[in-house]
Every structure is written in structure tokens, then in C-alpha cells.
Design a binder for this molecule. Structure first.
Ligand SMILES: [Zn+2]
Length: 324
């Protein structure tokens, strides 16, 4: 989790949602909790209380209250302080305009290359993913140097997806866009030996991956850690014609703040958490279940049998009792 999101999360717990988050300047603003700012007594008619979201420094432009950390802010607010439960919609200024939505040309190239790629050999041959499943999710193959227009390449450079020498960092991996049309997030599940990490993400993370398939009639959402776990569970759900159940993945054991917020904001679904059978899987349960509880949602945890990963377990015939 990035430090900025960490600080912002702490502030939202203390003060409620900010009036404005300016990622470009690194500040978030609230009506001041120490003077009647919300009544707009100030001549500016703008909130006067600002916090630097990279270091936690806070200051009111009107009453002059200030401090150097979230801890000092919490202390000054006192034990009886309760935040305003969110009367405002937050205005968010991005640090730069996202370029990922302009990468559809590159995504199309990646998609048409999948079936003839080493990534498909891996997905289908070793992991049991079927062509239909891959089509539904619009999976692609990370072409090291996709043939795209200059403009698209420039956008990819700005998103830090393409490097200056023309090589794309998603090279040889499985590429997934969330949502598949007009994506805000592009993510790769790396397959290269020397990849820097298992997953790499470009654009904005707005929700768990796969959440675009949740619809008003969705009743239950299965939550897993990995992309291939999601694909295999989705495939099994389709075979069982369980259209009221969807599955999402968090791309590893430490979900981003924005993903956790999504679980809190969607208590209308029942959740079934299927962790990986390792220590990281145990650690993963906590933040996800906490986020669900925070929104008064319901969840259950189901471990796959033996030491199998969720996808291996499902392919070997196991099926969670909650989904029958
Ligand atoms: Zn003030």
C-alpha cells in the first residue's frame, strides 16, 4: 500500500471524507474541525483545513491550528471527537490525466496475439483456462513490442507501460484490462523468470479485478487472490450456470486501499473468501474481511482442501459447499 493512500485512509477515519483531494499538489482539504468552518464563516467559502497527504502535516488557514502528523491531529481532536459522517462528495484532482483509456489499440493487439502465444500454452495447457473464459475477460498476451500508432505508444510511455527504447513492461505476461472496454486499469500477471514481481498494474486501481461483471442481480461474490484463481472459478460457475455468483481477485495478498473500499461500499453482496493455502493467504483474510465488516456486509471463509491453490482445487473437482 502506498504511503499516500495509507495517510488518506487514516484521515478519512478521523475526519470523514475530504471535500477535495488534490493529488497533483499532494493536499486534501476538509472543513476545519477546530472552528465553525463548515458554516462557511470564512470569506473564501472554501474549506480551510488542509493536510499534506504525503507527510501528514496539517494546518487550518483560518484559525491557525497546525501539527506535523496524524498522531498530533488525533490527539488534538480528543477522544470524544466523531467525524461528520460524510455530507460531502469528494472532488478528486488526479496527478495527471490517466492515459490507460487510450491504450485500447495496444490491448486489441495483445488480445489477438494471445492464442498463438506462450502465455496461452501456459494458461490453457498448464492451468486449464478455456478459450471462452479468456474471451469473456478479454485476456491478452503482453507483446514485447506491439505494433501501434505513435500516439498510442506515447500514451503507453506516459503510463510507464512502454519504455523509451520501445519495449513494453508487460512483455510475455498475461494482460488483463479492468473493465475490458474503456479500461481504467491494465494489469499483467508476469510469466517471465526475471519479472520484478508477480503482478504489475498501470492506470488507476478503482475496484477488485473482475468486479465489472457484478450486476444488480449478483447475490454472491467469491474473492480470491490470483488472476488464474478467478478465471478457473468463473469458468466453473459458468458450467454450473450460476449466473448470480461472480468472482473477483485482489492481485496478491495485500490488496490496495481502493479495492478494500469497494468491499465496504458493497454490502449488498454476500462474500465467500477463498485464500491461498499459505501464510500470506492467512494474512490476506484480515484486511478483506475487515473491509466487508466495515460496511456491515456478510462473508465466509472457505479453505481449499489439502495444500491446493483455489484453481487447482476446483479443477480437481472440489467445490465450496456455499456455492451449491
Ligand atoms: Zn480552523
Amino acid at each position: 500500500m502506498s504511503k499516500t493512500l495509507d495517510i488518506l485512509g487514516g484521515l478519512i477515519e478521523m475526519l470523514g471524507p475530504p471535500v477535495k483531494v488534490d493529488h497533483r499538489r499532494g493536499w486534501a482539504t476538509w472543513w476545519c474541525p477546530f472552528h465553525p468552518d463548515a458554516e462557511k464563516a470564512g470569506s473564501s467559502k472554501k474549506p480551510n483545513f488542509g493536510v499534506h497527504i504525503e507527510d501528514g502535516y496539517w494546518k487550518c488557514m483560518r484559525c491557525g491550528g497546525s501539527g506535523g502528523s496524524l498522531k498530533s491531529l488525533s490527539h488534538k481532536l480528543g477522544a470524544d471527537w466523531r467525524p461528520d459522517p460524510g455530507a460531502y462528495t469528494t472532488q478528486v484532482v488526479q496527478d495527471k490525466d490517466p492515459t490507460v483509456p487510450y491504450l485500447s489499440e495496444a490491448m486489441s493487439a495483445a488480445r489477438s496475439a494471445l492464442m498463438r502465444s506462450t502465455a496461452w500454452e501456459y494458461l490453457s495447457g498448464e492451468r486449464g483456462v478455456q478459450p471462452n473464459t479468456s474471451l469473456i475477460y478479454g485476456l491478452g498476451y503482453g507483446l514485447p513490442r506491439p505494433k501501434v500508432r505513435k500516439k498510442t505508444f506515447k500514451m503507453a510511455q506516459e503510463s510507464s507501460l512502454a519504455t523509451d527504447n520501445g519495449w513494453w513492461m508487460w512483455a510475455e505476461g498475461i494482460v488483463y484490462a479492468e473493465p475490458p472496454t474503456r479500461p481504467v486499469t491494465i494489469q499483467v500477471r508476469h510469466l517471465r523468470d526475471k519479472a520484478p514481481m508477480k503482478y504489475q498494474t498501470w492506470g488507476r486501481l478503482m475496484q477488485p479485478m473482475g468486479a465489472w461483471r457484478c450486476k444488480p442481480h449478483t447475490q454472491m461474490v467469491v474473492v480470491v487472490e490470483g488472476m488464474i484463481d478467478m478465471l478457473i472459478v468463473a469458468q466453473a460457475l459458468r458450467h454450473r450456470r450460476m449466473d448470480e455468483v461472480r468472482v473477483v481477485y485482489t492481485a496478491g495478498a495485500t490488496p490496495a486501499y481502493t479495492m478494500l473500499a469497494w468491499f465496504t461500499e458493497h454490502p449488498e453482496y454476500e462474500y465467500l473468501l477463498i485464500p491461498d493455502p499459505d501464510d500470506a493467504g492467512f494474512d490476506w483474510i484480515e484486511p478483506v474481511s475487515e473491509a466487508i465488516r466495515k460496511g456491515d456486509g456478510k462473508y465466509e471463509v472457505r479453505f481449499p482442501p489439502g495444500d491446493l491453490d483455489p484453481d487447482e482445487a476446483v479443477l480437481s473437482g472440489w467445490w465450496p459447499a456455499e456455492l451449491t
